[in-house]
Design a protein around this ligand. Structure first.
Ligand SMILES: [Zn+2]
Ligand SMILES: [Zn+2]
Length: 202
């Protein structure tokens, strides 16, 4: 039986299992488990939720909350979406880091902070300190995808497997906003005449 089949068997028994648990069970890295999960997700067998995986059944799908992304209007299905906190009060969520970066344009003149979640561990990290793999072959949501990591090391590891470029917040922001301004066919509408002041981000 392949590891993927075994993962499905575990899910039929346990209903929900974390990436960490799977990596302990199979004695392989979380990155390896992630590859299996990515394939199983593509095949429509499973769903990811709160750092764990579930079988893709109707019942499990209904437990996922549905809000829409202010940039592309896709339903926000991730349990830990990208969050921008405006002036320490208002929290705005985006479907993914791609839209999250675009969303910063709207609040470029406001005091904001932003929270993203490490792609593998799903631990929260400040977006400004995160490293992003931009334009890899892993496209969990909007394209070009922007995938966050707590460390440059992990981002580089991911980049080795899935391609793309490792960038800081500002580099990723510039990359996505420039790209989106000229690439009208992408998921999000282009926005013009926007300046971005890093000093405003605290
Ligand atoms: Zn979006
Ligand atoms: Zn998205």
């Amino acid at each position: 039986m392949s590891r993927k089949e075994k993962i499905l068997e575990i899910l039929r028994e346990k209903k929900e299992v974390t990436v960490k648990e799977l990596s302990n069970i199979f004695k392989v890295s979380e990155m390896t488990i992630y590859r299996d999960i990515k394939e199983l997700e593509k095949e429509g067998e499973i769903k990811r939720k709160h750092g764990s995986v579930l079988l893709n059944t109707k019942e499990n799908r209904e437990t996922l909350t549905v809000d829409t992304c202010p940039i592309c209007e896709k339903p926000i299905t991730r349990s830990h979406p990208y969050k921008i906190i405006v002036e320490n009060t208002k929290v705005i969520e985006a479907c993914c880091e791609h839209c999250g970066l675009l969303l910063h344009q709207k609040y470029a003149d406001k005091e904001v902070s932003a929270i993203t979640y490490d792609f593998i561990t799903e631990n929260p990290i400040s977006a400004l300190n995160a490293f992003f793999v931009v334009g890899s072959s892993a496209v969990p949501c909007c394209s070009p995808s922007v995938i966050p990591f707590a460390s440059r090391e992990d981002a580089e590891k991911f980049q080795k497997g899935f391609g793309g470029k490792v960038m800081t917040f500002v580099e990723a922001y510039n990359e996505i906003t420039n790209k989106m301004n000229i690439n009208i066919k992408s998921c999000c509408a282009p926005q013009q005449n926007v300046t971005f002041k890093l000093d405003d981000l605290k």
